[in-house]
Design a protein around this ligand. Structure first.
Ligand SMILES: C[S@@+](CC[C@H](N)C(=O)[O-])C[C@H]1O[C@@H](n2cnc3c(N)ncnc32)[C@H](O)[C@@H]1O
Length: 242
């Protein structure tokens, strides 16, 4: 099975902004989500966006005056972020998000891990490692905001087929195959080239993380965590370092 990075290179990175409803609309949605969070971020605050993708949250954070370190494993998505950011200054790094501290010279006021990036970690134990790293990196009272899909309850039968997005030249469907602690996500992309449709299929593994498991890890590492409904059917957890 391809790694997460290979899967993104193979199928998801080129269509990620499209599947999110278009870059402009997605960045507007990211901006609205951040505004609703109303985090106490001073102008010029250092913030980190882990698994930033094309910048759905990194770009609005930079627009609001934060100094953003944006980390992602996909060179293609980081290039798209830099193009969409225009004149905004965002520090982009292509690396594993678990290594984010290697790229920080100061303590951030907030760390974000949004849009289901968390479930892309290879092992359940990586969650505890990441939470500990964020707790050690943040300023006292700093925030860690996460949003992810709750795959802990398995969908059954036809509900496992998810129509992600379609238009006249592209159809993306995903099929979920549940394992004990993980779920294999099969992405099926149909694209119209000239008169014919081309089909590409690629699969990768995600973690089945329950919100209680994530909240428990945060509380063990010294955070007060609040769980709420996130965007696009995700769970959002807003955690503040005690
Ligand atoms: C589901 S997307 C979310 C993107 C963005 N946060 C958003 O809300 O639109 C997951 C992102 O995490 C990146 N990613 C996955 N695993 C990663 C890892 N271990 N280290 C760095 N980036 C990773 C992918 O390349 C992708 O851009």
């Amino acid at each position: 099975m391809p790694s997460v990075a290979e899967h993104y290179e193979r199928i998801l990175s080129p269509v990620y902004a499209w599947m999110s409803g278009g870059a402009e609309a997605a960045i507007a949605a990211g901006s609205a989500e951040l505004e609703a969070l109303n985090l106490p971020l001073a102008p010029g605050a250092r913030v980190v966006d882990l698994g930033c993708g094309f910048g759905m949250h990194a770009i609005p954070l930079a627009r609001s005056g934060a100094r953003v370190l944006a980390v992602d494993s996909s060179a293609q998505l980081l290039a798209e972020l830099n193009r969409l950011a225009g004149d905004l200054v965002i520090d982009t790094v292509q690396d594993d998000l678990l290594s984010f501290r290697a790229h920080l010279a100061e303590k951030p006021a907030a760390v974000f891990c949004m849009g289901d990036t968390l479930t892309h970690l290879p092992e359940h134990t990586n969650l505890d490692f990441l939470v500990q790293e964020v707790a050690e990196a943040l300023v006292p009272g700093g925030c860690f905001v996460l949003s992810f899909r709750d795959y802990s309850e398995a969908l059954l039968e036809d509900d496992r087929f998810i129509p992600v997005r379609s238009d006249e030249r592209r159809i993306l469907t995903c099929f979920l195959e549940y394992e004990e602690d993980t779920v294999v996500v099969h992405d099926i992309l149909h694209e119209r080239g000239g008169d014919a449709w081309e089909t590409r299929v690629s699969s990768y593994r995600k973690l089945r993380l329950s919100p209680d498991r994530v909240t428990g890890s945060l509380e063990t590492c010294g955070f007060d965590a609040r769980r709420e409904a996130g965007a696009r059917g995700m769970v959002r957890i807003v955690a503040r370092l005690r």
